[in-house]
Design a protein around this ligand. Sequence first.
Ligand code: 5GP
Ligand code: MN
Length: 335
Amino acid sequence: MTATGSSAVDEPFGDDQLKVAVDAFEAATSVTVLCHVQPDADTIGSGLALGLALERRGIAVQVSFAEPDRLPASMRDLPGTDLLVPADEVARAVDLIVTVDCGSTGRLGSLADRLDGADTVLVIDHHRSNTRFGTVNVIDVKAESTTAVLARIFDLWDTEIDRDIAHCLYAGLVTDTGSFRWVRPGTHVLAERLLATGIDGGAIARTLLDNHPFGWLPMLSTVLGSAQLVADAHGGDGLVYAVVRRADVEGLGSEEIESIIDIVRTATEAEVAAVFKETEASTRHEWAVSLRSKNAVDVSTVATGLGGGGHRFAAGYTASGPIEDLVASLCAALG
Ligand code: 5GP
Ligand code: MN
């Protein structure tokens, strides 16, 4: 089938492009919603909001992600978590699979094999690097979050955004905008509308973003203490990076590890920030890398060139090898 509904990067994103999602929902009687591996609040908020909306229409729905095997603690009180099923219980054949916030099939992990068992694959996303792997693609690269894309789809579908759905949508909006740092006209209008349902925006943000066990503080001390500045990277714009080894984060959760980049990226002397996160025992030298840029560098392009993807100002990839080699490859990719 020919892919439809995708938008070129600079085209305005209109209702006709969102309508293909509504058509797919209305044609389906069984749906699987897939979130990305190492899930964040945007993919889970999107998955649960869509799951709740489908369930209310009497459509059988499962929501899942491949790994890890438990939802990160900060997301466990989102509404709709009863719709989540373990990856090995995800149906092999359904009318419709919807992927939310996934830029490529690799982000589905072991659940990528379910795509072949669906009549239709609908990709809902906002990643610039999205590979448009669906039979139907709704990818608004200007959207603040995937939950913001879903809010527009719900309006077109005449689906009420009630308090529970608003909670899920706000979770993705507040986290993907970096607590409303990266915004555009309309971002606060959506936030206001979600808050008007009666959700507690302060509590949602605190639970998702400002809630770490005490051990986070000494871990930061170790990791930030080893941060390095490469002043001549990208023609003198500068790269700052930190390395997170397994031993540094023993007993801590993904929220603690993912928060590190938000501190590292504040260094004035660097346009680009990187955090190298060891994912396997040190002998295997496997790393997940987070990249952030302030303005001049499109890290989505850099990450895509290194086998990953993401957005203009936030991207990532995985790599293996000694850390010196990874730093050298990154500096070479930055130019
Ligand atoms: P983070 O640094 O928060 O893990 O990721 C930043 C952005 O880059 C997210 O939007 C995420 O989807 C994307 N990203 C991170 N790691 C990878 C990866 O390994 N592959 C791809 N395609 N995208 C990634
Ligand atoms: Mn997102």
